[in-house]
Write a protein that binds this ligand. Structure first.
Ligand SMILES: [Zn+2]
Length: 198
């Protein structure tokens, strides 16, 4: 389906500006991947148009998008979980690395970024860790996250509020205060949610 600029921007931010699958921060080059694959007829028309819808589109880095190909999610998960065996079977240097203890294999299951994301508390910041009097959180272009008592506005390359310049404090140095916001900083403003998760 053809996407508008706004729709693409929305899809990119679906999971914090990160690739739905591997969790890498998306740069300029990324693709909208069909979670449930679509199939095309010879003339390019879609065989299963019910899946060519915006809800089925996932932001993906070019590597994941290419590797997932037209697989279903579960088939691709199995393929990825089979990586160690493929390396052992086909890559002599990998077998050597194993023999000499340079590689430690795990049998951990593949959990995609969007699956972890859905388990996380909703929102851009972990509000349960932010001091109670902070009503807004915003991250400046340089990655500095600030708490505000009043709603700030973008001025230049930072969030500011003309009449309340002293009403914020920087909590950048205290990493455990935030789910670090990693997307487009202009999208980083968030009001304290009404209902706080415990
Ligand atoms: Zn990826």
């Amino acid at each position: 389906m053809k996407l508008t600029k706004a729709q693409r921007a929305g899809i990119k931010m679906k999971f914090g500006g990160m690739c739905s699958y591997c969790g890498e921060l998306l740069g300029e080059k990324w693709q909208a991947d069909h979670l449930i694959p679509i199939r095309r007829n010879g003339d390019g028309t879609c065989m299963n148009p019910e899946h060519d819808v915006i809800e089925n589109l996932m932001p993906a880095c070019t590597i994941c998008n290419k590797n997932k190909h037209s697989f279903t999610l579960e088939f691709w998960r199995k393929q990825l979980e089979d990586s160690n065996r493929k390396l052992r079977d086909y890559v002599a240097n990998y077998r050597l690395a194993l023999m000499f203890g340079q590689v430690q294999e795990t049998t951990s299951q593949i959990v995609f970024h969007f699956e972890k994301w859905e388990q996380q508390p909703k929102g851009k910041y972990n509000w349960s860790l932010i001091p109670e009097h902070v009503q807004f959180m915003a991250t400046d272009e340089d990655g500095m996250a600030c708490g505000w008592l009043v709603e700030p506005k973008i001025m230049g390359d930072a969030w500011r509020h003309q009449s309340h310049l002293s009403a914020f404090f920087n909590i950048n140095a205290r990493d455990n205060y935030l789910n670090h916001f990693r997307g487009d900083w202009k999208e980083s403003l968030e009001k304290r949610p009404e209902e706080q998760s415990p």
